[in-house]
Design a binder for this molecule. Structure first.
Ligand SMILES: *Cc1c(COP(=O)(O)O)cnc(C)c1O
Length: 234
Protein backbone atom coordinates (compact mmCIF):
# COMPACT_ATOMS: atom_id res chain seq x y z
CA UNK A 1 0.00 0.00 0.00
CA UNK A 2 1.38 3.38 -1.04
CA UNK A 3 0.78 6.30 1.26
CA UNK A 4 0.53 9.99 0.62
CA UNK A 5 2.81 11.94 2.86
CA UNK A 6 4.40 15.33 2.50
CA UNK A 7 8.10 14.60 2.27
CA UNK A 8 7.65 10.87 1.89
CA UNK A 9 5.32 10.61 -1.06
CA UNK A 10 4.52 7.19 -2.46
CA UNK A 11 6.62 5.25 -0.01
CA UNK A 12 5.08 1.95 1.00
CA UNK A 13 4.17 1.13 4.60
CA UNK A 14 7.08 -1.37 4.81
CA UNK A 15 9.47 1.26 3.35
CA UNK A 16 8.36 3.78 5.95
CA UNK A 17 8.82 1.26 8.75
CA UNK A 18 12.27 0.23 7.56
CA UNK A 19 13.36 3.85 7.14
CA UNK A 20 12.21 4.71 10.65
CA UNK A 21 13.73 1.63 12.20
CA UNK A 22 17.01 2.54 10.50
CA UNK A 23 16.88 6.07 11.91
CA UNK A 24 16.21 5.17 15.53
CA UNK A 25 19.24 4.90 17.79
CA UNK A 26 19.73 1.77 19.88
CA UNK A 27 17.55 1.96 22.96
CA UNK A 28 14.65 3.68 21.21
CA UNK A 29 11.73 1.47 20.23
CA UNK A 30 9.17 2.22 17.57
CA UNK A 31 5.48 2.00 18.51
CA UNK A 32 3.55 1.94 15.23
CA UNK A 33 0.32 3.78 15.95
CA UNK A 34 -2.44 1.91 14.13
CA UNK A 35 -5.60 3.67 15.35
CA UNK A 36 -8.10 3.90 12.46
CA UNK A 37 -5.89 1.63 10.29
CA UNK A 38 -7.26 -1.58 8.85
CA UNK A 39 -6.02 -5.00 9.83
CA UNK A 40 -4.61 -5.37 6.31
CA UNK A 41 -2.45 -2.29 6.68
CA UNK A 42 -1.26 -3.49 10.07
CA UNK A 43 -0.29 -6.78 8.40
CA UNK A 44 1.90 -4.83 5.97
CA UNK A 45 3.73 -3.23 8.85
CA UNK A 46 4.04 -6.61 10.53
CA UNK A 47 5.54 -8.07 7.35
CA UNK A 48 8.24 -5.37 7.53
CA UNK A 49 9.21 -6.66 10.96
CA UNK A 50 7.23 -4.29 13.15
CA UNK A 51 5.96 -5.98 16.32
CA UNK A 52 4.79 -3.19 18.63
CA UNK A 53 1.51 -1.49 17.82
CA UNK A 54 -0.31 1.32 19.62
CA UNK A 55 -4.06 1.88 19.70
CA UNK A 56 -6.04 4.57 21.48
CA UNK A 57 -9.43 2.86 21.85
CA UNK A 58 -9.99 -0.30 23.88
CA UNK A 59 -12.77 -1.68 21.66
CA UNK A 60 -10.75 -1.14 18.48
CA UNK A 61 -7.73 -2.91 19.98
CA UNK A 62 -9.97 -5.74 21.22
CA UNK A 63 -11.39 -6.19 17.74
CA UNK A 64 -8.05 -6.17 15.90
CA UNK A 65 -6.08 -8.31 18.33
CA UNK A 66 -7.56 -11.76 17.45
CA UNK A 67 -7.18 -11.09 13.71
CA UNK A 68 -3.43 -10.56 13.91
CA UNK A 69 -0.40 -12.67 14.85
CA UNK A 70 0.00 -13.49 18.56
CA UNK A 71 3.56 -12.18 18.87
CA UNK A 72 2.41 -8.57 18.50
CA UNK A 73 2.84 -6.33 21.55
CA UNK A 74 -0.26 -4.16 21.95
CA UNK A 75 0.21 -0.83 23.69
CA UNK A 76 -2.76 1.26 24.84
CA UNK A 77 -1.82 4.91 24.27
CA UNK A 78 -5.17 6.70 24.53
CA UNK A 79 -7.27 7.83 27.46
CA UNK A 80 -8.74 4.67 28.96
CA UNK A 81 -12.01 4.59 30.87
CA UNK A 82 -12.11 2.27 33.86
CA UNK A 83 -15.07 0.30 32.52
CA UNK A 84 -13.13 -0.55 29.34
CA UNK A 85 -10.01 -2.05 30.92
CA UNK A 86 -11.70 -5.45 30.88
CA UNK A 87 -11.73 -5.56 27.08
CA UNK A 88 -7.94 -5.53 26.77
CA UNK A 89 -6.65 -6.83 30.12
CA UNK A 90 -6.23 -10.38 28.85
CA UNK A 91 -3.62 -9.53 26.23
CA UNK A 92 -2.41 -5.91 26.37
CA UNK A 93 1.39 -5.59 26.77
CA UNK A 94 1.50 -2.09 28.14
CA UNK A 95 -0.97 0.60 29.15
CA UNK A 96 0.86 3.87 28.54
CA UNK A 97 -1.98 6.17 29.52
CA UNK A 98 -2.43 5.66 33.26
CA UNK A 99 -3.71 9.02 34.49
CA UNK A 100 -5.34 8.19 37.83
CA UNK A 101 -5.06 5.92 40.84
CA UNK A 102 -8.62 4.74 40.14
CA UNK A 103 -7.65 3.57 36.65
CA UNK A 104 -4.55 1.81 37.97
CA UNK A 105 -6.68 0.10 40.64
CA UNK A 106 -8.99 -1.27 37.96
CA UNK A 107 -6.05 -2.41 35.80
CA UNK A 108 -4.66 -4.26 38.81
CA UNK A 109 -8.03 -5.96 39.47
CA UNK A 110 -8.38 -7.03 35.85
CA UNK A 111 -4.77 -8.24 35.79
CA UNK A 112 -5.49 -10.41 38.84
CA UNK A 113 -8.52 -11.91 37.06
CA UNK A 114 -6.34 -12.83 34.10
CA UNK A 115 -3.37 -13.98 36.23
CA UNK A 116 -1.20 -11.39 34.54
CA UNK A 117 1.30 -8.68 35.39
CA UNK A 118 0.44 -5.62 33.27
CA UNK A 119 3.14 -3.07 32.48
CA UNK A 120 2.04 0.54 32.73
CA UNK A 121 3.37 4.04 32.17
CA UNK A 122 2.20 7.08 34.08
CA UNK A 123 0.93 9.66 31.63
CA UNK A 124 2.38 12.98 32.72
CA UNK A 125 0.81 16.26 31.77
CA UNK A 126 3.46 18.31 29.95
CA UNK A 127 1.57 20.37 27.36
CA UNK A 128 0.27 23.90 27.61
CA UNK A 129 -3.06 22.78 26.19
CA UNK A 130 -5.91 22.30 28.64
CA UNK A 131 -7.39 19.29 26.91
CA UNK A 132 -4.58 16.80 27.38
CA UNK A 133 -5.01 14.03 29.94
CA UNK A 134 -2.31 13.25 32.41
CA UNK A 135 -0.99 13.56 35.93
CA UNK A 136 0.87 16.53 37.32
CA UNK A 137 4.11 15.84 39.15
CA UNK A 138 2.42 16.11 42.55
CA UNK A 139 -0.39 13.80 41.49
CA UNK A 140 2.13 11.25 40.26
CA UNK A 141 3.95 11.48 43.57
CA UNK A 142 0.74 11.00 45.53
CA UNK A 143 -0.16 7.99 43.46
CA UNK A 144 3.23 6.38 44.05
CA UNK A 145 3.17 7.15 47.77
CA UNK A 146 -0.33 5.78 48.33
CA UNK A 147 -0.96 2.59 50.26
CA UNK A 148 -3.36 1.50 47.52
CA UNK A 149 -0.57 1.60 44.97
CA UNK A 150 1.89 -0.11 47.27
CA UNK A 151 -0.50 -3.01 47.75
CA UNK A 152 -0.94 -3.65 44.01
CA UNK A 153 0.82 -6.82 42.92
CA UNK A 154 -0.32 -7.22 39.31
CA UNK A 155 0.75 -3.94 37.76
CA UNK A 156 4.27 -2.71 37.18
CA UNK A 157 5.04 0.95 36.52
CA UNK A 158 7.72 0.99 33.82
CA UNK A 159 8.11 4.74 33.29
CA UNK A 160 6.32 7.80 31.96
CA UNK A 161 4.52 8.93 28.83
CA UNK A 162 3.75 12.42 27.58
CA UNK A 163 2.28 14.32 24.67
CA UNK A 164 3.78 17.69 23.74
CA UNK A 165 1.77 20.72 22.74
CA UNK A 166 0.57 20.62 19.14
CA UNK A 167 2.65 23.52 17.79
CA UNK A 168 5.35 24.34 15.26
CA UNK A 169 7.35 26.02 17.99
CA UNK A 170 10.27 23.65 18.40
CA UNK A 171 11.52 25.36 21.55
CA UNK A 172 8.22 24.77 23.34
CA UNK A 173 8.17 21.12 22.32
CA UNK A 174 11.77 20.61 23.39
CA UNK A 175 11.12 22.26 26.73
CA UNK A 176 8.15 19.98 27.36
CA UNK A 177 10.12 16.85 26.49
CA UNK A 178 12.97 18.01 28.71
CA UNK A 179 10.44 18.48 31.46
CA UNK A 180 9.17 14.94 31.03
CA UNK A 181 12.73 13.56 31.20
CA UNK A 182 13.32 15.51 34.40
CA UNK A 183 10.06 14.19 35.86
CA UNK A 184 11.09 10.67 34.92
CA UNK A 185 14.42 11.00 36.75
CA UNK A 186 12.81 12.57 39.79
CA UNK A 187 10.24 9.79 40.13
CA UNK A 188 12.83 7.12 39.45
CA UNK A 189 15.24 8.45 42.06
CA UNK A 190 12.55 8.84 44.72
CA UNK A 191 10.32 5.81 44.23
CA UNK A 192 12.08 3.06 42.31
CA UNK A 193 15.01 0.74 42.85
CA UNK A 194 17.53 0.00 40.11
CA UNK A 195 15.97 -3.41 39.42
CA UNK A 196 12.37 -2.18 39.31
CA UNK A 197 12.22 -1.85 35.53
CA UNK A 198 11.28 1.83 35.73
CA UNK A 199 13.24 2.84 32.64
CA UNK A 200 10.90 3.99 29.88
CA UNK A 201 10.15 7.48 28.57
CA UNK A 202 7.49 7.35 25.87
CA UNK A 203 7.56 10.61 23.96
CA UNK A 204 7.71 11.73 20.34
CA UNK A 205 5.23 11.44 17.46
CA UNK A 206 5.48 11.86 13.67
CA UNK A 207 6.36 15.55 13.77
CA UNK A 208 8.55 15.71 16.85
CA UNK A 209 10.21 12.33 17.38
CA UNK A 210 13.70 13.61 16.53
CA UNK A 211 13.50 16.21 19.30
CA UNK A 212 12.07 13.61 21.68
CA UNK A 213 14.99 11.27 20.99
CA UNK A 214 17.49 14.06 21.66
CA UNK A 215 15.73 14.63 24.98
CA UNK A 216 15.90 11.01 26.11
CA UNK A 217 12.93 9.16 24.62
CA UNK A 218 13.01 5.36 24.75
CA UNK A 219 9.74 4.85 22.81
CA UNK A 220 8.43 6.91 19.93
CA UNK A 221 4.76 6.56 18.95
CA UNK A 222 4.42 7.12 15.23
CA UNK A 223 1.31 6.87 13.06
CA UNK A 224 1.11 9.37 10.21
CA UNK A 225 4.70 8.97 9.08
CA UNK A 226 4.09 5.26 8.55
CA UNK A 227 0.49 5.01 7.38
CA UNK A 228 -0.21 8.46 5.92
CA UNK A 229 -2.74 10.99 7.05
CA UNK A 230 -5.68 9.56 8.98
CA UNK A 231 -9.24 10.34 7.98
CA UNK A 232 -10.57 10.03 11.50
CA UNK A 233 -8.92 12.76 13.52
CA UNK A 234 -8.11 11.09 16.84
C1 LIG B 1 -2.27 9.35 17.37
C2 LIG B 1 -1.26 9.31 18.45
C3 LIG B 1 0.11 9.23 18.15
C4 LIG B 1 0.65 9.23 16.73
O1 LIG B 1 0.48 10.46 16.11
P1 LIG B 1 1.10 10.76 14.65
O2 LIG B 1 1.17 12.23 14.61
O3 LIG B 1 0.13 10.19 13.66
O4 LIG B 1 2.40 10.10 14.57
C5 LIG B 1 1.00 9.17 19.21
N1 LIG B 1 0.59 9.17 20.50
C6 LIG B 1 -0.72 9.24 20.81
C7 LIG B 1 -1.10 9.25 22.25
C8 LIG B 1 -1.68 9.31 19.81
O5 LIG B 1 -2.98 9.40 20.14
Amino acid sequence: MYVNLPGAIYMTIPDNILTLQGELPAGVRLIAVTKTQSVDRIREAYAAGQRIFGENKAREMEEKHPQLPPDIEWHMIGHLQRNKVKYIAGFVSMIQSVDSLELLTEINLQAIKHHRLIDCLLQIYIAAEETKFGLGLDEARHLLMSNEFKSMKNVRIRGVMGIATFTNDIDTVRKEFRNLSATFRLLRDNFFTADSGFNEISMGMSDDYNIAIEEGSTMVRIGTRIFGIRERKD
